[in-house]
Design a protein around this ligand. Structure first.
Ligand SMILES: Cc1cc2nc3c(=O)[nH]c(=O)nc-3n(C[C@H](O)[C@H](O)[C@H](O)COP(=O)(O)OP(=O)(O)OC[C@H]3O[C@@H](n4cnc5c(N)ncnc54)[C@H](O)[C@@H]3O)c2cc1C
Length: 502
């Protein structure tokens, strides 16, 4: 038997891809090396358009327990520079404080619900590409075996074996002069500011919660998170010798003294964990030379790694998965030519490049030294201009992504969060990941239609399964040209649409 798609790795991006493929009618099989879901604490939150994307699949509701749409965040940080977004019209930046392990649990449950098989404790060890399939070597608890699949997707993280065996280079840089220390720790209750939940550090002053706080000697974060009764405390320093052994609370306290020039009496957290203790030296910024080699594709960290500053990783990776899922399913079903897969890289590589640019710029802004202090003062002046503030918010959210341009300015853009006549949100109509035609003309596009009521600068639009606009028009009634452009868009993306019918 030949499986449609084998996904190597049940991290967030592999699981998201499995859900998307299933929704689009393909049959993925996920192979995961770990016998159980990891308890490792990586992402503490989702930042950017990914929050709205999850809403469009009904997954935001599963994470938050609310049917309300996600609301934009009034404030955030870029390179430890505070961003006051509350006055920004149509603020595009959404965030969701949720630990990565919860996201993975939710995606795994959803994948299983959709009928996806997940084989844990099984490791992809090799593969051979044939013209019509890939023969994948797997090492399982009962010994090695082989799976034949039409496609193999490497969602197996930054050290991706899939990428290595496909001989796809991973050029970039490794920085080894920073040390980041992160731990759950106890802080004296009297230091916590009841007004904003931040810290009042004796001899230093107030430090707001959750935000990166830069000094000329390093960076400090105080993050009381809903996922633990103990706050996460983190420092980053430049040019320090690595202390031997795993991180200890006294070591973190000494690091805080160096960064802030003031002491915080830290204690170990009490009770059941998991309590995080992490020491990371340096980091990698790398981008795969190609995202595809014939029948093998890469998503998420397998395709790109970068600093975690600003939390862009899952915004990038989960949307890679959503971009690839419907295209791969269409090719597997024979509805689309294989060339549709080329658009995965043409669309997603520039997004990864922008994330790399953004994280590098932020790393420069948090570095120590008086020159950087000068740069930050200038940057603060620039951020006082709402146009610049919007640009940064667009960059962090991914709201500035424009895929293929078309006749209409909406083409290639994220479809606006429309509310239709009956109060139904667009996000409620896209949960099955089907393409959707929304007609504001009252049925002129020839099928039962839903009239819109939000202010939208078009009379009809076609939304791709990943939530981006494939086609839009301003004409009040279909004419030859607009019909032809709709047909061309349907052909280009190999789509047959359903019409919004709430
Ligand atoms: C300290 C830290 C903090 C971060 N904070 C944030 C944040 O706040 N927000 C954010 O959005 N992102 C954050 N990130 C980034 C985010 O964690 C990653 O982008 C994300 O985990 C990538 O997901 P993935 O599915 O691509 O890969 P991974 O999560 O690495 O998953 C890969 C999976 O593949 C499995 N695997 C590997 N090799 C094989 C094999 N040969 N066979 C089978 N299975 C295999 C692994 O066991 C693993 O389960 C952070 C990262 C770090 C390190």
């Amino acid at each position: 038997m030949v499986t449609d798609v084998v996904i190597s790795g049940a991290g967030p991006n592999g699981l998201m891809l499995a859900c998307e493929l299933s929704l689009a009618g393909a049959h993925p099989l996920v192979v995961e090396r770990l016998p159980e879901r990891t308890l490792e604490n990586r992402a503490n939150g989702l930042v950017g358009q990914v929050v709205r994307m999850l809403d469009r699949r009904g997954l935001y509701e599963r994470l938050t327990g609310t049917t309300d749409p996600p609301a934009p965040t009034p404030g955030f940080v870029f390179g430890a520079m505070p961003l006051n977004l509350s006055a920004l019209e149509n603020n595009p930046l959404h965030t969701l404080l949720v630990p990565q392990r919860r996201v993975e649990q939710m995606l795994e449950e959803r994948a299983i619900e959709l009928g996806v098989e997940i084989r844990r404790g099984q490791e992809v060890t090799g593969f051979t590409q044939h013209e019509d399939r890939v023969a994948i070597e797997v090492s399982g608890t009962a010994g090695p075996y082989r799976i034949e699949a039409r496609y193999l997707v490497g969602a197996d993280g930054g050290h991706s074996i899939t990428r290595k065996i496909a001989q796809i280079a991973f050029p970039g840089v490794t920085v080894d002069h920073t040390i980041s220390r992160t731990a759950h720790a106890k802080v004296p209750a009297e230091l916590v500011d009841p007004a904003d939940g931040g810290l009042n550090v004796p001899g230093y002053g107030p430090i707001p919660p959750l935000l990166h706080h830069r000094t000329e000697h390093g960076m400090f974060v105080y993050a009381p998170l809903p996922s633990s009764p103990w706050p996460l405390i983190a420092t980053t320093e430049w040019g320090q010798e690595d202390a031997e052994g795993p991180l200890t609370i006294p070591e973190l306290r000494a690091s805080i003294r160096r960064v802030l020039g003031a002491d915080i009496e830290l204690g170990p957290p009490e009770g059941e964990g998991p309590h995080l203790r992490r020491k990371l030296t340096g980091g990698n910024t790398r981008l795969a030379e190609r995202f595809r080699d014939r029948r093998v594709l890469l998503v998420g960290d397998a395709a790109h790694v970068h600093s975690a500053i600003g939390g862009p990783g899952l915004n990038l990776g989960l949307q890679d998965a959503v971009n690839l899922g419907w295209k791969l399913a269409a090719v597997i079903s024979g509805r689309a030519e294989e060339s549709l897969l080329d658009t995965y890289e043409t669309e997603r590589r520039p997004v990864a490049e922008r994330v790399i640019m953004s994280t590098r710029a932020q790393a420069a802004l948090i570095a120590p030294g008086s020159e950087v202090t000068g740069l930050r003062a200038l940057f603060a002046e620039l951020l006082a201009d709402p146009g610049n503030l919007r640009r940064i918010a667009d960059l962090m959210s991914g709201n500035d992504i424009g895929y293929a341009a078309g006749d209409h300015p909406l083409v290639g853009r994220w479809a606006p969060d429309l509310i239709l006549d009956d109060g139904v949100r667009l996000a409620e109509l896209t949960r099955d990941a089907r393409p959707l035609l929304i007609d504001f003309t009252g049925g002129h596009w020839g099928r039962p239609q839903t009239k819109g009521r939000s202010a939208v600068p078009c009379t009809a639009l076609l939304v791709r399964p990943d939530g981006y606009v494939a086609w839009a028009t301003d004409v009040p009634q279909p004419d030859e040209k607009s019909r032809a452009s709709l047909e061309a868009a349907l052909a280009r993306w190999s789509l047959t649409f359903t019409v919004a019918q709430p």
